[in-house]
Design a protein around this ligand. Structure first.
Ligand SMILES: [Fe+2]
Length: 375
């Protein structure tokens, strides 16, 4: 028996107006300092019913630790929200998931958040996610990434009860996304679709969404980069990214994420940039096991970018997008990378990305994949 879990997805132009239909007396908006000052927040607030009281929590850094995520729990608890709305990228949505958990179960430790136990989280508040980047898929996933400052690693926590009730995919909130973030988040989404499609936990539902996600993202991303205000192309990438999030959340990620999480933890490289750096090499490594499935994905790419194999197609598309394909392109010095290699290997081996990767890997394989991006 298996479940396919997904929020109710509200999508397309003007989908933020859905917020006008909720019944909420007290609403907590979780966002970050930058977004708090943009027109996106005004748009969200304007859509909420007139009689809704609003509290905003925005004290969230780029890679929030558990203590940062939960730094305002006392005032949140005394406010007592019936709705939590996350407005932001992956870190913001993941923070809202952790806040929801702590709001429902204040006595529990963060590592008590597991898929194995019913925690009664859903009863505490309705949870709505409004992604302002097109990539992380956090709005459709029941996982949260939390940085552990002591261990210098990223931990992936999961429970079906932190899956948002609603995901609102309004293209107007991503029209102003800067080019660098547009690239790194789109590369993250491409990686989600490809890793979900070959994961050993893949299923018919995740397959269908991964294929469509790849078509929507790769067919529109260059248009978005040339013409950032193109709502139609932005909408396609935004929906594709969410489909990819849903696909990997209901199957699994793989080695590109295991390696990317390790790199991100040590060198603070943006998540999408880090996973995309390793993706072509991981595709080559996995081809022994899932070559036919990669061929099927390769056929989805449009003519001008498609090469004979998926790894080369990805390298070609990435170079057009401005996504680095080597360590130097990611502005990491070779000396520091070599010095960190052993630690990177250890962190990657411990990542959940290893578990459902289609080809089993030993430490020698991980080392070779780390070396594959040195040139
Ligand atoms: Fe990712």
């Amino acid at each position: 028996m298996w479940y396919y879990r997904t929020p109710t997805v509200v999508f397309g132009e003007d989908s933020l107006s859905f917020l006008n239909t909720i019944t909420s007396k007290k609403c907590l908006i979780v966002t970050d300092k930058v977004l708090e000052k943009t027109g996106i927040m005004d748009k969200v607030r304007k859509q909420l019913p007139d009689n809704t009281r609003v509290m905003v929590f925005s004290d969230i850094g780029q890679e929030p630790t558990f203590s940062q995520m939960t730094s305002a729990m006392d005032s949140i608890r005394s406010f007592g929200p019936d709705h939590i709305i996350a407005v932001g990228g992956g870190s913001v949505i993941d923070t809202a998931k952790v806040i929801l958990f702590r709001y429902a179960r204040p006595e529990m430790d963060i590592y008590d958040l597991t898929p194995l136990e019913h925690l009664g989280i859903k009863e505490a508040a309705k949870f709505i996610a409004v992604p302002t980047t097109s990539g992380t898929g956090s709005e459709c996933s029941w996982a949260a990434v939390v940085s552990d400052e002591m261990e210098k690693r990223k931990n992936e926590l999961a429970s079906a009860e932190i899956l948002p009730d609603y995901a609102i995919l309004d293209p107007s909130v991503v029209l102003g996304l800067p080019p660098r973030q547009t690239v790194s988040t789109a590369v993250d989404a491409i990686t989600h679709a490809i890793e979900a499609y070959v994961s050993t936990w893949r299923n018919f539902y995740s397959d269908a969404l991964a294929e469509k996600a790849l078509e929507l993202i790769t067919g529109n991303i260059l248009t978005v980069l040339q013409d950032p205000g193109n709502t139609e192309a932005r909408n396609s990438v935004h929906i594709g990214a969410s489909m990819a999030g849903s696909a990997f959340s209901n199957s699994q990620i793989g080695l590109a994420h295991a390696l990317g999480h390790a790199l991100g933890a040590i060198f603070k490289v943006p998540h999408g940039t880090a996973v995309g750096l390793y993706l072509p090499a991981v595709v080559e490594f996995n081809s022994l096991e899932v070559g036919e499935r990669y061929d099927r994905l390769n056929s989805i790419f449009q003519g001008p970018f498609r090469k004979d194999c998926l790894a080369d197609t990805l390298r070609h598309l990435f170079s057009k997008m401005g996504q680095p394909t080597s360590i130097s392109g990611a502005t990491i010095s070779m000396d520091s990378y070599i010095a960190a290699k052993q630690n990177l290997e250890k962190l990657a081996m411990e990542s959940t990305g290893v578990v459902a990767n289609p080809r089993e890997s030993e430490s020698g394989d991980i080392r070779r994949l780390l070396e594959a991006v040195m040139n």
